[in-house]
Design a protein around this ligand. Structure first.
Ligand code: UT7
Length: 324
């Protein structure tokens, strides 16, 4: 029997219109544009307006990806949304997206894997397609991190932004998704977390008293280490020398982390897709948004080999080697 693989048939993304610049943040906390740019690479980030929600950006990103793939709502037979900032506890974001887009009956769910959520969702979508269980999967990563950011904490509020990215996966004779690599280690749960939820300290959660907490410097060191390992794992699994990579599309958390990963791969920064200066850290949305930006501006071309990677709270981390 012939092997079935999955390929990315279309990409899409969506950003809030509202922009928060480093200069805006200088007026809010004790920071400087210079510190933010040199320590993180971020110049501005997009922030949801009061009336906008994560679902608005997921919907727009999904519509753009479906248009690029030339498919409609009736073609989609699997919806997965990676997010840690869902609109509601339930229905899940996949179902809410179905409702917006007029999709009926196919499996739809969201998954929480923090910044690695999109890579986790891509891994699952790929496996559905390879198993013959889906023929047209909509994979989305969307966040409104601004809704859980403490804008009095200079250690975190300069980092995060909002937005969504999406891809449509379809079957192919040749691998589009060549391999995926997922990891997690809960022993690091106290380094990057949101302290409450519906079941734990619900009074703080429901009153909106809690925010993202991060021991930035410790997260930084482990991120560099784990991402360095996982890009090597992805290449080694496929006996692929780094020179064969056309592009690295990294999670956009910190320019210095991205540079360390590129150094590990001996890749010049010209072959690394950077959106961090414009988007900040959008968690699970960062990789699919960066991918879409580079597809739409023509840098990423069909047939090229691309490595995606992400690292986030949990810790969770993952990589995907793809032929676009
Ligand atoms: O996406 C999920 C994964 N997340 C990440 O990968 C984030 C990883 N961490 C980071 O990107 C970096 O650790 C940060 C950008 C968060 C912080 O950079 P850093 O170089 O690790 O700084 P630091 O935390 O070691 O702090 C150095 C100094 C401190 O002052 P003192 O104690 O040396 O006087 C901080 O208080 O910088 C200070 N600082 C700031 N100063 C101006 C921290 N935040 C700011 C700020 N503006 N916004």
């Amino acid at each position: 029997m012939k092997n079935i693989y999955s390929r990315i048939a279309g990409t899409g993304s969506a950003l809030p219109e509202k922009v928060l610049t480093n200069q805006d943040l200088e007026k809010m906390v004790d920071t400087t544009d210079e510190w933010i740019r040199t320590r993180t690479g971020i110049e501005r980030r997009h922030i949801a307006a009061e009336h906008e929600t994560n679902l608005d950006f997921c919907e727009q990103a999904a519509r753009n990806a479906m248009q690029a793939a030339g498919v409609g709502p009736d073609d989609i037979d699997l919806v997965i949304v990676g997010t840690t900032t869902p609109d509601q506890v339930f229905p899940n974001m996949g179902c809410l997206l179905q409702q917006r887009m007029g999709m009926h009956g196919c499996p739809a769910f969201s998954l929480e894997a923090a910044c690695a959520g999109f890579i986790y969702a891509l891994d699952i979508g790929d496996k559905y397609i390879r198993a013959g269980s889906a023929r047209c999967a909509l994979i989305v990563g969307g966040e409104t991190l601004s809704r859980m950011t403490d804008y009095t904490d200079r250690g975190t509020c300069v980092l995060f932004g909002d937005g969504a990215g999406a891809v449509v996966l379809q079957p192919a004779d040749q691998p589009g998704i060549i391999s995926t690599h997922l990891h997690a280690d809960g022993k690091y749960a106290d380094l990057l977390y949101f302290p409450s939820g519906v079941s734990k300290k619900p009074e703080d959660f429901l009153a909106g008293r809690d925010f993202i907490r991060m021991k930035g410097n410790e997260v930084f060191k482990i991120a560099v280490h784990k991402l360095g390992d996982i890009v090597v794992e992805a290449l080694k699994t496929n006996n692929m020398p780094p020179e064969q990579l056309d592009w690295l599309v990294p999670h956009q958390a910190n320019l210095r982390i991205i540079e360390a990963t590129a150094r590990k791969l001996k890749m010049p920064m010209e072959r690394v897709i950077l959106t961090i200066q414009e988007h900040g850290n959008t968690s699970t949305a960062s990789v699919p948004m960066a991918l879409d930006v580079a597809v739409r501006d023509g840098r990423i071309q069909r047939g090229q080999t691309i490595l995606l990677e992400a690292f986030g709270g949990g810790f969770t981390w993952g990589a995907a080697l793809i032929r676009y």
